[in-house]
Structures are given as C-alpha cells and as structure tokens.
Write a protein that binds this ligand. Sequence first.
Ligand code: ADP
Ligand code: MG
Length: 323
Amino acid sequence: MAGEFDLIARYFDWPARGAGVALNVGDDAALLSLKAQHQLAVSVDTLVAGVHFPLDTPPADIAHKALAVNISDMAAMGAEPRWFTLALTLENDNPQWLAAFSTGLKEAATQYAVDLVGGDTTRGAQTITIQVMGEIEPEKALKRSSAQVGDVIFVTNTLGDGAAGLAVHHAMQEADWQASPGLSEAQAYCLSRLNRPTARVPESRVIRRFAHAAIDVSDGLLQDLSHILKASAVGATLNTDHLPLSEAVMSLYPKEQCLEFALTGGDDYELLFTVAREQCTAFQAEMISHGLRCQAIGAINEQSEKITDQQGRLLSASGFQHF
Ligand code: ADP
Ligand code: MG
C-alpha cells in the first residue's frame, strides 16, 4: 500500500499510556514487560465487513466493536487486559474512514486502558483483526472446564440486545428510511448495543474472585453455555422466566421474540459464569456494592451437556455458526 508507513504513523502510532510497553509501534516487534509472577493471556478475533458488522456501520463503531469483542475474551478469562495489536486489511486508504476509525480506536483503547503496540496493514477485502494480550495470576483463569454440579449460573446485565439491534438494522434497510421518522429511543439503544458492545471488565474483576467457569456470550446463550457444559462434562437447567431483558427490547418485541433473542441471538458480550451455591450471597453483595448487575438464571447439574428449562423441556443450542 502506497504511503503505508505514513498511514501507520498518522493513524496508528500514539504514545503508550500504561506500564509495560518497553518498545512501541515502529520496530519489527513490540517489547512488553509482564508483571512478576503473571501469565500472558492471548486471544485474537477477526471482524469481517458484512459478516460481523453491517457494511454501513460507522468506522468509529467498527473500531469500538473490534476492540470490545477482544477485551471481552480477556474479561471472560478473568485476565486484566493490557495490550493489543491490529491487523488491518482495507480496500483503499480513504482518509475520512481512517481518521474516524483511528479516533474510535483511540477512544476505545482509553476506555479499556489498553495500549496499541503494533500491527500489520494490507490491501484487500475489509477485515479487522485484533489480538489482545492480558495478564493473569497463575491458577486464577476462569476456564470453561471448571463448572461444578450444584453451581448457580449467572449472566451480567441483559441478553438479546445485540440480536434485537440486528433486527432493527434489517428493518431500517427494508423500510423507506428517507420517509420514516427515524429511530425510536428503544431502537437506537438496541442498535448501539449491536455496534458498540461493552466488554464487562469491572464485572470480571469481581467475578474472577468467585466464579468456577466463565465464557462471554458472543454466539447466543445456549450455544455459549453448551461450551461450558461440554468442557466441564455437566448439564444445566435454565429458568427462562429469569433471563434478564432490557426495557428497550421488551418494549419493541413480543415476549416469545425477546426470549428467542436472549437464548439464541449473538453479539451480546455479556459474561456467563458459574458460582458455587454457598458463595452466591457474598458474590451478589460484592457485585451490588460495585454497582454491577448480574442475574441468576439456572444451575449446573449432572445431566451431561443437556440444557433443560424450568419445566424440564430440552433447549437446543443453535446460536450463530459460520460453518
Ligand atoms: P514489518 O515489515 O516488520 O512487518 P510493517 O511495515 O508491517 O513491519 O509495520 C511497521 C511497524 O508498524 C511495526 O512496528 C508494526 O507493528 C506497526 N504497524 C503496522 N500496521 C499497524 C497498524 N495497523 N496498527 C498499529 N501498528 C501497525
Ligand atoms: Mg508487517
């Protein structure tokens, strides 16, 4: 790409804020210093235009989402997010797009207190890959394989907002948008949850002191819960009356549709985790004292890999799958 080095210098090179960056963007590799007695947690996620976000998503939102979905993996692991790299593939070097993307990325990096320490820039179909790195004390990771029979299943905040946001986006495309009065407050809320999901880092800092197992809900509650069940060789009952739904989603869609969004919709990036029953009171008190929201939605049982509802009906895990 012509002017590649100028482009990097202009849009993706800014001073590191946090500790640990011994060498930043500009050399063949970055140099990072881990805190003593910590492990490096590493994760990577790619966002493909038209697959992971609608093609007309504003570039600042794309940047926010690309970073948030990666930080969310650190939160789900119980790791403290620290650094990230960015592999950017673009069809052209449109300065408006780059400026808006860069501003959004800088904002999101500030919000999550992480530093951009390197990357790669290439020409091709628009794809944004972020690799995130975090720190974690040995033996403290919230693995998918550690759920235990009797654990209570919790989820943070609300479920189904991302799926509702996608439904709103589809409706916008079908409607004669020029003639329509614009988005309602509830529609705008759902769309903003789709475009700018929040990685639950403060929640993770409390959850990691109490939980056995955790995952983030990226592909739908049932599918992501089934990953925990499979890895831990356990089953689960869910009380679908207890699924936390936002006012916005409930005001826009009938109950059945809300439940469908919450159970199988993707793109929520809430944390789903299990806590020993005897720890629940202390855990919930701690969450409340930090002003953080979570809801008990079920329990782990010995029925290997099965998910049933409060009436014993089998719930099938069919969230979003690429293949
Ligand atoms: P190399 O040829 O060694 O791979 P590059 O020309 O790809 O180096 O990149 C030069 C420097 O700019 C490296 O430090 C790299 O990490 C950084 N870099 C490249 N693209 C990006 C980007 N999109 N965001 C942040 N840093 C980048
Ligand atoms: Mg390179």
